[in-house]
Design a protein around this ligand. Structure first.
Ligand SMILES: Cc1cc2nc3c(=O)[nH]c(=O)nc-3n(C[C@H](O)[C@H](O)[C@H](O)COP(=O)(O)O)c2cc1C
Length: 308
């Protein structure tokens, strides 16, 4: 019997649907047992998000400050040695893994579960996940886990439109917040087609009983690297690191002092999105002939281990 542990958290249910689509082929098999661990923050996050509340969690998300989670099923932790594979599904919050996920990855339970385990990460986000995955890679490394594959599904409406459509989904609770905005979120087709990853994992699990140490999802289009966003993510991460320290120093979550700082920060963030993102994309395009080799190397690096 092969055993797979699926760990996930989802606010709107989008990541649950992506994960369900991937694990459906595994669940149909008699010789594969799938256990699911759904993380729940002790203090749940609101959805839709009140405008300022959304930004109040920014410093803790960027600094990956652990937040309390509801106790998890101990039988899963006690069976840690039995799992052949862990599927870790997460969404991105402020270029970082969402707080429930980063909190869990820093817990004692994670230490027991992830040690020497093959891991497939599954990301469902607006479109900027490179920096978050670097952070997850570091956490997995410290847990002595072995990342064998990564799937990233991103919002369908394109990088530029999603800068508006996705936050509006978060603030209104509606995927199509206004008639003039495109629909936010990962497309239905992409969610349904994610089944192909489950089929490939199933095939590998049933092939033989050996340890999973190599990618299973190569050639399946598990990720798509938007090279225009590589530089924006680097600049964004840099400024997020500085701002998160500044805002934490101003006061705790929901304090008046942090709220005041956040209003300045939001203006800064909008300026960043409206200037740095298009400018770095344009500069990248202009100097593309000179940087072709470096960009190809960067794309290959970020596409690892599954490849585009
Ligand atoms: C607080 C917050 C910050 C977010 N920041 C990002 C981000 O930096 N990059 C990104 O691609 N998506 C970002 N998103 C979108 C999420 O990754 C995800 O697509 C959306 O929240 C739906 O996920 P769900 O399955 O939890 O409902 C953010 C969402 C929230 C709520």
């Amino acid at each position: 019997m092969r055993k797979v542990l699926v760990i996930h958290y989802s606010q709107t249910g989008q990541l649950t649907r992506i994960t369900d689509s991937i694990i459906a082929p595994l669940k149909q098999e008699n010789d594969i047992q799938v256990d699911c661990l759904t993380l729940e923050p002790e203090q749940s996050y609101p959805f839709p998000w009140p405008f300022l509340r959304f930004f109040h969690i920014f410093p803790e998300a960027v600094k990956m400050t652990p937040q309390a989670l509801k106790p998890i099923d101990k039988t899963i932790v006690n069976a840690a040695d039995e799992y052949d594979l862990i599927i870790l599904s997460y969404q991105v919050w402020f270029l970082s893994p969402s707080t429930p996920i980063s909190s869990f990855l820093q817990s004692d339970e994670a230490k027991a579960l992830f040690k020497n385990k093959a891991v497939v990460t599954v990301i469902g986000c607006r479109g900027m996940w490179l920096n978050a995955q670097e952070k997850v890679k570091k956490l997995l490394n410290s847990l002595k886990a072995n990342l064998v594959d990564n799937v990233a599904l991103t919002d369908d409406c394109g990088a530029a439109f999603s800068f508006l459509a996705t936050p509006m989904w978060m603030f209104t609770g509606r995927k199509k917040a206004y008639s003039w905005l495109p629909t936010a979120g990962v497309s239905e087709d992409d969610i349904v087609n994610a089944k192909r990853f489950g089929l490939a994992i199933k095939k590998r699990l049933q092939r033989d009983d050996s340890l999973i140490s190599q990618p299973m999802l190569k050639g399946l289009g598990a990720v798509k690297i938007n090279e225009k966003l590589i530089a924006s993510e680097r600049v964004g991460n840099h400024s997020f690191t500085i701002w998160s320290k500044l805002l934490t120093a101003l006061g705790p979550q929901n304090s008046v002092r942090r709220s005041c700082g956040l209003l300045v920060y939001v203006v800064f963030l909008l300026t960043l999105i409206l200037t740095v993102v298009p400018i770095t994309a344009l500069i990248k395009k202009l100097i593309a002939p000179l940087t072709k080799k470096r960009i190809r190397a960067q794309k290959e690096y970020f596409a690892e281990p599954s490849g585009e």
